[in-house]
Ligand binder design. Structure first.
Ligand SMILES: *Cc1c(COP(=O)(O)O)cnc(C)c1O
Length: 392
């Protein structure tokens, strides 16, 4: 499978059929597995025992198919599926770190990721330094002999700044630190952070992988040695494993993710082109436009602008709310990567917990609207955005 193209891997990768030879992947909705004899049970529990299933928190055939398909897509050797994106971020970091270790992290983070770095890791004696992720000099200056890991979102939420995976990896590796990347906004379709130098990549599969707003899920990807030696022992004993049902939904999501993400990108590009320079906007942020400050890096790292854009309205919160309320196709919610277009006002929802200074520092102004573009017809989305802007 590894030599096939992405779309082929997404449809067939990881599939294992039962004795019934079903077409669609089976859901093994079972918590446990029967042993023929007491001796067989004893043998399976041995560290050196056969690699067969024991308990769904440790592994399950449907979950294993999902892990293998995700690993093929990312170009990673192995993966461990988690109950949510946050179980994956927490598992990836906590399994790797101990008291006395130092972590360097980009400061522009999803709220719950920030909580893990600021509140959880520090409580257990891990030292954390935050840097401006787009500035390689800051990464370089923050490294210490005790730096065990670096962490960042390869494309930040909601200002869509791109972090140079290869550049940060080179700096981190020079002091022997592992590179852990949250790659959600870049999507596994466009960006393979592992190939660019990252050691561990995490996804919230709640986003583009499910892509239809049904289930929570996550995955940690990396080398076989790291996933089976470091991540799996931590995850299987601490309870953040993915349910077989959710794994099945995610497997079906993977079959169409490349088609959906490309259709979403087409819509995002159309909206960006139509609204760039609009009189009601202070700024339009879309990584796929030539005026994005990191357009060269975007093209090198992702090869496309992605499915997300941010519109900064003149007139602050009032204007942003009027725009949101006037949209007829895009719905107001806080998921992203969905087949449905979804708009969010970060300052009053996802980033409400931050102080005014933190929001200002991250460029999250009251006029900013985050737009996760769905698979609807681009011309309808553009017309919807234009009529909503007219009403502001
Ligand atoms: C959504 C998201 C998460 C968390 O994922 P859940 O599945 O909601 O737990 C982590 N990082 C980023 C960048 C996200 O967008």
């Amino acid at each position: 499978m590894t030599e096939h193209g992405t779309r082929t891997k997404l449809v067939h990768g990881g599939t294992k059929r039962s004795q019934w030879n079903e077409v669609s992947e089976a859901i093994f909705l079972t918590q446990g597995f029967v042993y023929d004899t007491a001796e067989q049970a004893e043998a399976r529990f041995l560290e050196t025992g056969p690699d067969e299933y024991i308990y769904a928190r440790y592994g399950n055939p449907t979950v294993a198919m999902f892990e293998e398909r995700m690993a093929l897509l990312e170009g990673a050797e192995d993966g461990f599926a988690c109950a949510s994106g946050m179980a994956a971020v927490n598992g990836a970091l906590t399994s790797l770190l101990k008291a006395g270790d130092h972590v360097v992290s980009a400061k522009a983070l999803f709220g719950s990721c920030l909580y893990i770095l600021e509140e959880v890791l520090t409580r257990y004696g891990v030292d954390v330094t935050f840097v401006d992720g787009a500035n390689l000099d800051e990464w370089r200056a923050a490294m210490r002999p005790t730096t065990k890991a670096v962490f960042f979102e390869s494309m930040s939420n909601p200002t869509l700044e791109v972090i140079d995976v290869a550049g940060v990896s080179e700096i981190a590796h020079s002091v022997g630190a592992k590179v852990v990347v949250d790659n959600v906004f870049s999507t596994p379709v466009y960006s393979n952070a592992i190939r660019q130098g990252a050691d561990v990549v995490v996804y919230s599969t709640t986003k583009h992988v499910d892509g239809q707003g049904r289930c929570l899920g996550g995955v940690i990807l990396g080398s076989k040695e790291h996933i089976r030696g470091v991540v799996e022992p931590y995850m299987k004993h601490t309870g953040g494993s993915l349910s077989p049902f959710n794994a099945w939904v995610m497997l079906k999501g993977l079959e169409t993710i490349a088609l959906r993400v490309r259709a979403q990108t087409e819509g995002a590009f159309a909206i960006a082109e139509a609204t760039d320079g609009h009189e009601k906007l202070e700024r339009l942020i879309y990584p796929g436009l030539k005026n994005h400050p990191q357009h060269d890096l975007v093209m090198r790292q992702l090869g496309a602008g992605g499915t997300m854009l941010s519109l900064v309205l003149k007139g602050g919160k009032d204007a942003a709310f009027r725009f949101l309320n006037a949209l007829e196709i895009a719905i107001i919610s806080n998921n992203l990567g969905d087949a449905k277009s979804i708009v969010t006002h970060p300052a009053t929802t996802t980033h409400q917990r931050l102080s005014d200074e933190q929001r200002a520092d991250l460029g999250i102004s009251d006029g900013l609207v985050r737009f996760s573009v769905g698979i609807e017809d681009p011309k309808d989305l553009v017309a919807d955005v234009m009529q909503a802007l007219d009403k502001v």
